[in-house]
Design a protein around this ligand. Structure first.
Ligand code: PLP
Length: 365
């Protein structure tokens, strides 16, 4: 049994483009230019300042961002943003921030926000076991909220919004960790977007934050420098030693997205075809594969199960023997999950679809 990078369907850290892996493996030894290992280049070098500047510019290009936005590259993962957002915007407020509880990860964000100030959960999917997202009729946003917060793609349950929520007069804040740069979006309708790298754009260690000037203009904070957006902006994401390797890897992925894929429209077309293939296998399996979501199925995380835990164990062990990895569901809910982030190729998904068909045929009594 040899696992293959190209057949990595992990929920995260996810696969990286083959081309990026090859370049990184060479540059672990020697980055042309500085002539040093990528693991030993100073974060204060001119070379690294250029890396940050190019990456910021690539993110701006891909997202179509104007100068009204700052782009930050911070540590601490998306979890740190669960706290940094309310520390900055909710402390001392009387009106509650509005949060949507749509699955496992939004369920982690809400208690962190409550530590900082008042929170109102305006919709929760807990009663329906998080098998769908709310319709517009079920949502009522207040004009007085300091901000609204939601997660565009619930990685564990496999639910994804295909629309933007909220009101135009209240700042929208979105955790896009598991569908960031997977499709075009009107990004400028958000005041703050955060997304860790380890799903669609790189290895763990770095989180991209896109933040509108006016959101933090009047915040006074008294926050530790590391947790203060303003300090981080002033320091150009180089307040303390940043993860040089992870940031460089994200730069290479951003070049791949722009030059090899041709931007987010093209990426979305590929991602749509990948998801269609897997959902078709599930829908045409006569109930052998059972999709978890009743609606709002994610194009990034295809979550499903089989009729018994034994059958699922058999699926995972056959899949592993065939070179696939990362197909077990999240530990919180079990079952199976195929995460088909940007770097998972259409060919790899075709192979998985073929494997799933074959497994079903062989398992039929
Ligand atoms: N938000 C989403 C949507 C996630 O999928 C995850 C983890 O997978 C997190 C937040 C937590 O991210 P981190 O481990 O970077 O803190």
């Amino acid at each position: 049994m040899t696992l293959q990078n190209k057949l990595n369907f992990s929920g995260g850290p996810g696969a990286l483009p083959e081309k990026v892996l090859v370049q990184l493996s060479e540059e672990i030894i020697n980055v042309p230019g500085p002539g040093l290992s990528i693991l030993g280049i100073s974060h204060r070098s001119e070379w690294f300042a250029e890396v940050i500047a190019e990456l910021e510019n690539n993110i701006r290009t891909l997202m179509g961002l104007s100068d009204a936005y700052h782009v930050l590259l911070l540590q601490g993962g998306a979890t740190q943003q669960f706290s940094m957002v309310p520390m900055t915007l909710l402390r001392g407020q009387n009106s509650p921030a509005e949060y949507l509880h749509t699955g496992y990860w939004s369920g982690k964000a809400i208690p962190e926000a409550r530590l900082e100030g008042p929170v109102r959960v305006i919709w929760s999917g807990s009663e329906n076991n998080f098998n769908r997202l709310p319709s517009d009729d079920e949502l009522c946003f207040s004009p007085d909220a300091p901000y609204i917060h939601y997660i565009s793609n619930e990685t564990v349950e496999g639910l994804q919004f295909q629309r933007i929520l909220g009101r135009n007069d209240v700042p929208r804040i979105c955790d896009m960790s598991s569908d960031f740069l997977s499709k075009p979006c009107e990004f400028e309708r958000f005041s703050l977007i955060y997304a860790h790298a380890q799903k669609n754009i790189g290895p763990a260690g770095i989180t991209v934050i896109v933040i509108r000037n006016d959101l933090i203009e009047h915040t006074t904070g008294n926050l530790p420098g590391f947790l203060d957006y303003k300090t981080q902006i002033k320091a150009h994401s180089n307040f303390n030693t940043p993860p040089v390797f992870a940031i460089y890897a994200v730069l290479l992925v951003s070049r791949w997205l722009i030059n090899d894929i041709g931007g987010l429209e093209n990426m979305a077309a590929i991602n749509n075809r990948k998801a269609e293939l897997l959902y078709r296998v599930i829908d045409e399996s006569d109930g052998f594969y059972r999709g978890r979501a009743a609606a709002d199925r994610s194009l990034m995380n295809v979550v499903f199960k089989l009729s018994s835990a034994e059958l699922e164990a058999g699926f995972l062990s056959r899949a592993q023997a065939a070179g696939f990895s990362g197909l077990a569901g999240h530990r919180a809910i079990g079952g199976l999950r195929a995460s088909i982030y940007n770097a998972v190729t259409l060919e790899a998904v075709e192979e998985l679809a073929g494997f799933m068909d074959e497994f079903r045929r062989r398992s039929k009594p």
